[in-house]
Design a protein around this ligand. Structure first.
Ligand code: SF4
Length: 255
């Protein structure tokens, strides 16, 4: 997979209206996402964080832009998180890369055979994922890791577009946290999935099989988000993370 270099932010507004339709390939979509300026609060925050920096990264040039998905173009597994971390993906330009949540996620993906290495440090570190694409429901780092409802909804067409482009090969969606679960259900409904009523509830290890058009099925798995809030407190352990991602890996290979 081609590595993406981290480049300085370009302040020229080029996209302020995310669109779910009209995308022919992921490269074009990723480029458009990276140039999105639709949410004034998040644009201001991502650029301020990139300018002020954390002292330990003062020598680095932050990405400071929206962060596209990472992984192969025809994934069997999608891992859907919340949003980039201010000093993680907003710094490195690759989702879940350069922060403690990513340390947990990619180490687990490696243990269950879905990543070629256990670490994800920067965008050119050689990391490759097997049949797995990682993305976030909101593409810009939000203050306090909390996008507003309006920002979530403004960004949703990017998730719809990405899901639409990769859907044919997808067999499993792993939703990280309740936010990722709800965003995944909503996006899957928009691409034609039949969502049971009442709407399936998020929980760690929750699983629901959703019917899609043309006899396709997608298995949605819930997993606690590997945020420090969960990993420091023991709410999420390595074994629990490996269990869900291991189930995804097994479902990917099931005939
Ligand atoms: S959060 Fe999404 S819609 Fe808002 S500016 Fe970032 S990429 Fe655009």
């Amino acid at each position: 997979m081609a590595a993406r270099m981290t480049t300085p932010p370009d302040p020229t507004p080029r996209s302020d209206s995310p669109s779910a339709d009209g995308w022919s390939d992921l490269a074009a979509l990723d480029a458009a996402i990276s140039d999105c300026f639709a949410c004034p609060r998040l644009v201001a925050w991502r650029e301020e964080v990139a300018r002020v920096k954390r002292a330990s990264f003062a020598h680095e040039t932050y990405w400071g832009r929206p962060v596209p998905g990472f992984g192969p173009e025809h994934p069997e597994i999608l891992v859907v998180g919340l949003a980039p971390a201010a000093h993680g993906a907003n710094r490195t330009g690759r989702i879940f890369t350069g922060d403690r949540s990513g340390d947990w996620l990619f180490a687990s993906l490696h243990r269950v055979g879905l990543a070629n290495q256990p670490t994800s440090v920067h965008a050119d570190d050689g990391l490759e994922l097997a049949g797995t694409r990682v993305l976030s429901a909101v593409r810009c780092a939000p203050p306090d890791n909390k996008p507003t409802t309006e920002e979530r909804d403004t960004c949703a067409p990017w998730l719809d577009a990405e899901l639409g482009l990769v859907l044919k090969s997808v067999r499993v969606v792993v939703a990280l946290g309740g936010f990722g679960w709800q965003a995944s259900l909503t996006a899957l409904a928009r691409v034609g999935a039949v969502i049971p009523v009442p709407r399936p509830k998020f929980g760690h290890g929750a699983e629901v099989v959703l019917a899609l058009p043309q006899d396709q099925q997608v298995r949605l798995l819930g997993c606690y988000h590997p945020s420090q809030q969960n990993t420091f407190t023991g709410r999420l352990t390595e074994a629990m993370l490996d269990d869900v991602l291991g189930r995804a890996a097994a479902a990917r290979l099931r005939p």
